[in-house]
Design a protein around this ligand. Structure first.
Ligand code: NDP
Ligand code: MG
Length: 353
């Protein structure tokens, strides 16, 4: 029996994770948490709405933590799992992006491992299959390009939250859906891939694959490229992470090759500057990725509240990055301060934008 602590149980990933756990007798929920939504319908012996997630984890003593909290709020749970050597099924990419080296150091001390839930990283993990980073020429992250792929900047000036929330291929929570529309999500994923797989940024590419059938690819130095294909359905990477290495069955339909065609495009980083900003933040290192993430969270919330135009999201983030030193964080306390300061800078940026 594998005991799963599910954090973010009421969200898009959380609800699909409950479906996976219920379908597999070898998985059992030992704890469930949300931010403010009631957990009344969730069958777990320990439940917590709001509060300190590490207290819940201390009590639950899980075999695996599925961190499906949205945003930087997931940081303490990620670090708890890594410090305790408990398997971390990671959907909450923001925590790894923001904590970077601190998270890797915690993993080194704790002896645990990260099983990626993000579909691209699950795909990369499977294509890499433990390969020596030296054998890898590059990682190729795929993205759909979001609802606004192909638009010009002029055509993006007045887009509404409703339009940005209409993702063409994935049904997800609101924050990541906006991140997909700005390409910030692919930017966060670029940094996530760097930390997960220890590959330098210049060897991580991004390519658009509008139907989200190819979940990512790895180019090896001998000229072979391995890809991971499947219909876009998060139950597959959730199940992979929770049942690893058993690769349990899921109800997802097999690919129908009689109708399948695959098309690839280059992302338009002039129209969607968040991808380039994330790459710059990643290459700068230190706490620049933490600043990128914090400013993005503030800007996305303001856009969803109707307080910020779509194109200004990138302006707020670029401004916060330009005004931050980005010095490395020595510990979590340092990181929390950098995150807080970046949020203040972004809030100031909102009033100027
Ligand atoms: P949702 O907005 O649908 O759900 C977020 C969940 O986090 C909710 O259960 C929410 O609880 C909970 N939460 C928020 N703040 C806290 C907190 N302080 N303490 C405890 N729980 C909290 O998001 P998604 O499920 O879409 O995304 C979750 C994470 O997974 C994100 O990091 C996202 O980037 C990543 N991800 C999501 C994918 C998807 O398909 N949805 C795909 C790949 C990655 P409440 O209901 O009370 O607000
Ligand atoms: Mg993804």
């Amino acid at each position: 029996m594998k005991r799963v602590a599910l954090l973010g149980a009421t969200g898009s990933i959380g609800r699909q994770a409950i479906e996976i756990v219920e379908a597999h007798p070898e998985l059992e929920l030992c704890a469930a948490a949300s931010g403010s939504t009631s957990l009344d319908g969730v069958d777990a012996p320990l439940k917590q709405v709001g509060g300190d997630l590490t207290e819940l984890l201390d009590r639950a003593q899980p075999d695996v933590v599925l961190n499906a909290v949205v945003g930087f709020a997931g940081i303490h749970a990620t670090l708890w799992a890594l410090e305790h050597g408990v398997d971390l099924a990671l959907a909450n990419k923001e925590s790894l992006v923001a904590a970077g080296e601190l998270a890797l150091a915690a993993m080194e001390r704790g002896g645990g491992r990260i099983l990626p839930v993000d579909s691209e990283h699950s795909a990369l993990y499977q294509c890499l299959d433990g390969s020596d980073p030296e054998h890898v020429q590059s990682l190729v992250l795929t993205g759909s390009g979001g609802p606004f792929r192909g638009r010009t900047r002029d055509e993006l000036a007045d887009v509404s939250p409703e339009q940005a929330l209409a993702h063409p291929t994935w049904s997800m929570g609101p924050k990541i859906t906006i991140d997909s529309a700005t390409l910030a999500n692919k930017g966060l994923e670029l940094i996530e891939a760097h930390f997960l797989f220890d590959i330098p940024y210049e060897r991580i590419e991004v390519v658009l694959q509008p139907t989200s059938i190819v979940h990512s690819l790895v180019r090896f130095r001998d000229g072979a490229t391995l890809a991971h294909l499947g219909y876009p359905d998060m139950r597959v990477p959730i199940s992979y992470a929770l049942t690893y290495p058993a690769r349990a069955a899921t109800p997802v339909a097999p690919l129908d090759f009689s109708v399948l065609t695959l098309e690839f495009r280059t992302p338009d980083i002039e129209t969607f500057p968040m991808l380039a900003l994330a790459r710059e933040a990643g290459e700068r290192g230190g706490t620049a990725p933490c600043v990128f993430n914090a400013a993005n969270e503030v800007a996305v919330a303001a856009f969803l509240a109707g307080r910020l135009p779509f194109l200004a999201i990138a302006e707020v983030v670029a401004d916060a990055l330009a005004r931050s030193a980005g010095a490395p964080a020595r510990d979590v306390q340092d990181l929390l301060e950098v995150d807080g300061a970046a949020r203040k800078l972004a809030e100031e940026g909102l009033s100027v934008a």
